[in-house]
Design a protein around this ligand. Structure first.
Ligand code: SAM
Length: 337
């Protein structure tokens, strides 16, 4: 109870209050879609087009795509989370003949499209990370402000949960996960504290993990506006779900399926994701990867996309005010040549 009180104070944080209230008031799974106008502006090239929503979530972006296009348009909606798909199916029941649902990782977009005998699509959108529903209501231990079983899998078919990683990895492995995926300055201290705590009893809930981190980070370095465990939770979530590897694979596999002029729209929420998107976009837009001192091109590589966003787009001030969770969103858009 004492431990829960410690993390409980972060529930008072403004953003949480807004979303908590939304969840409580509506009593239905909620996720407020991010940068919807920008998604539509950049993704839709045809009113009767075929689009892929690679991160269907609760179906918000898909619904907007179907609302703005005509009844000939179609969306293939992918999500690793079967619970999210079930909710999206319900939310989109009115459009069901225009949506194909697939419980699949977007890193397997090629397999999904080939299975559906689809060779080309007009646009693909991915809104990375997790939904507010997963954070607030899925009871899988994604949030440090709740006392839930440490799971953190978006895809229940994955073998290892956050519990396995937290309780089985070595101090070096944990430290590396926190440093690389969380950019956590106190990675080693937190890792040592985790090892010490679990030697007495496994760390089995999100509140227990949050408390361990809270105690490991020196008080005077506790961030003013966020919980000291924010980066640790991000790091374990990324590790459990192999998030960064999936993004790279997704972009590589998605581009060949775009029609000429078709758009790839990706929204990321932290610098690690955005760095991958930016690097991959640069790679696929660059015409040649030969060393600059070579007299002529020997690699044969061609530009496959044109980057439409030299710097990433951000949500408007009004959107951030209305949905504080959108504040770190960054959108990059590539167009197939
Ligand atoms: C931010 S939410 C998407 C919200 C959605 N755009 C909307 O407007 O409702 C991200 C979703 O992507 C899913 N997801 C995350 N990584 C994925 C992956 N590698 N493949 C497929 N889905 C993934 C999550 O399960 C989550 O439901």
């Amino acid at each position: 109870m004492k431990n829960l009180k410690k993390v409980g104070k972060y529930l008072q944080h403004k953003d949480y209050k807004t979303m908590e209230n939304a969840v409580l008031e509506q009593k239905a799974p909620v996720h407020v879609s991010v940068m919807t106008n920008e998604v539509l502006d950049n993704l839709i090239t045809r009113r009767d087009g075929l689009y892929v929503d690679a991160t269907l979530g609760l179906g918000g972006h898909t619904k907007s795509i179907l609302d703005i296009t005509n009844n000939q348009s179609k969306v293939i909606g992918l999500d690793v989370d079967q619970e999210a798909i079930d909710i999206a199916q319900n939310n989109l029941s009115k459009y069901n003949s225009n949506v194909v649902f697939r419980n699949s990782n977007f890193s397997e977009i090629d397999r999904v499209l080939l299975d559906l005998e689809i060779g080309e699509v007009d646009g693909i959108v991915a809104d990375l990370g997790m939904s507010s529903y997963q954070l607030d209501s899925s009871e899988r231990g994604f949030s440090f402000s709740r006392d839930e079983k440490l799971d953190m899998r978006m895809d229940s078919r994955l073998r290892f949960t956050a519990y396995d990683l937290v309780n089985e990895m070595s101090v070096d492995e944990i430290s590396k996960v926190l440093k690389v995926y969380g950019e956590e300055r106190w990675s080693r201290r937190i890792a040592k504290r985790i090892i010490q705590t679990r030697s007495e009893k496994p760390i089995s809930t999100s509140a227990e993990l949050a408390t361990v981190v809270y105690q490991a980070v020196p008080k005077k370095f506790h961030p003013a506006k966020t919980h000291p465990a924010t980066k640790t939770f991000q790091a374990f979530r990324i590790a459990v779900n192999h998030e960064l590897d999936c993004i790279e694979e997704f972009i590589t596999k998605a581009i060949p399926f775009l029609k000429s002029g078709g758009r790839l729209v990706i929204i990321s929420f932290h610098s690690l994701e955005d760095r991958i998107v930016k690097t991959q976009f640069q790679h696929f837009s660059s015409p040649c990867i030969c060393p600059p001192d070579l007299p002529m091109c020997g690699c044969g590589k061609r530009s496959e996309i044109k980057i439409l966003t030299r710097s990433p787009l951000s949500p408007s001030e009004a959107e951030v005010l209305n949905n504080p969770r959108s504040r770190s969103a960054k959108m990059r858009v590539g167009e197939k040549i």
